[in-house]
Ligand binder design. Sequence first.
Ligand code: ATP
Length: 403
Amino acid sequence: MSKYDDLFDETAPTDSVFAQKDVLDPLAEADEIIARENQERTLATILNGVHEGYLPPTVSIHGPPGTGKTMTTRRITSEFAARTDLLAVEYVNLKDCRSIFSAANEIHFALTGEKRGAYEGLDGVFEGIWTELADYPEWTVLLLDEIDHVQHDTNYDPNEFFYRLLRGEGKLVRDIHLSCWLLSNELVTVDLRLDSRVESVLGDEELFFPPYGRDTLRAILEPRIERAFCDGAVPEDSFEHGVRKAAFHWGDARRALRLFRRAGEMANDRGLDQVTIDCLDANIEETEREATIEKLLSLPPKHFTVLVGVTDWKQTQTGEIVQPVTAAKIQEDGTLTQLDLGDRAIRTVITELETMGLVETWIDSKGDEGRVKQIQTTFDPQWVREAADPYLEASDTLSSGGD
Ligand SMILES: Nc1ncnc2c1ncn2[C@@H]1O[C@H](COP(=O)(O)OP(=O)(O)OP(=O)(O)O)[C@@H](O)[C@H]1O
C-alpha cells in the first residue's frame, strides 16, 4: 500500500453527517425563491412595462450580502424573457473590474464574447456595445452585479462610464432601449462622486432587499438542511440555534449555509454523528471573521484607509491595537496624507462607516479639551490588518499612492 492509499482511506467519508453536501453550496440554484414575493412582484411589474413601451433607464437593487438580490433578479428576468420576444437579458458581474475601462469591456464581452484592446479606449468599447445591441430584441435589460466595485481610476471618471451607458450618443442614434439594473450592497454613489446629470438617472427606480429575519432564514434553510444532511444529523435544537445565530449576526442566507456546512465538517472531524450546538458556535467566529474581511475588501479606498487609521495609530509592545481613537489621531496616520483627506472628509467617512456597522462612536468629555468623539471598530481590529495586504494588492488607488 502506498502512502496515498492510507491517506485517502483516512480521509474517506465514513459515517458522514452529510447526505448531499453540495445542496449547501450557495452557488447551487435554489429550487424555489422563498419570501421575496414583494420584490418579485415589483420587478415583474417593471418588466411588464415593455407591453406599454416603457422600462426605466435604471433600477437600483440594493441590500446587504446574501439577501437574494442576484438570485431573485436573475430568475425573474430570465423567466420573463423566456415568455416574450420583446426582451433580452444579459448578466455581467463587475466584481473583478479594477478600472472603468475593464468594466465597460466586461459588458462588451458579455454581449459579444470578445474584449477590445486598451488602445481602442472607452469610445471603442461603447461603439462595440451599441453595434451589438442594435441587433438585440426591442428591449434589453442589462444586469450589472456588484456595481459598487466600479471606482475612479487614473484614466476615466465613473461619471463618464455611467453617462455613456445611460445617455450615450451611440445608443440614442440607434434608438436602443436599454434598462440597466444595478445590483449592489450599499453606497453606489458615495465614493463615485457622481454628478447631478448621472445621479438623477440613477435615482430612477429603487428596490431594497432587507436582511433576513429568523423566520425567513428558517424557511430558506429548512429544505436545504433536510436534503444536505443524513436523517437526524441536525437535531431540532441545533437547527434552531444555528438559524437564530445566523439571523442575529448576518441575516444572510449565504453565510447561514456556510455555517451549517462548516459545523457539519467539524462534526465529522470530531467523529460525531450529529451536528451539535458546540460545532455551530465554534464556527460562528470564523464565519464572522470571513464576513467582515470580505466587507472590508469591498470598501472604497478612503473608507478602508480611515479604518486603517482607526486601528493602526497605536499599538502596545505586544502588538495589541489600542482603541478607541479620536479623529485627530486618525489624521496622524501616514496613509491618510497620501489620500489627502481633510478633517471634514474623515468625519463624513466615519459617519458612513458607522452606518455600515463597522465602527461605533460616542462622545467623551475631556475636561479642557472639551467634548471629543471616540471611535472604535465593532469587530476585532486585527482583521483590518489581515485585510490590508489583499486590499493593497487589488487597489490601484492605494498602491500607487493616491490619485
Ligand atoms: N429567498 C431565498 N430563497 C432561497 N435561497 C436563497 C434566498 N436568498 C438567498 N438564497 C441563497 O443564498 C445564495 C446567495 O444569494 P444571492 O447571491 O442572491 O445574494 P445577493 O443578495 O445577491 O448577495 P451579494 O450581495 O453578496 O451578491 C443564493 O444562491 C441562494 O442559495
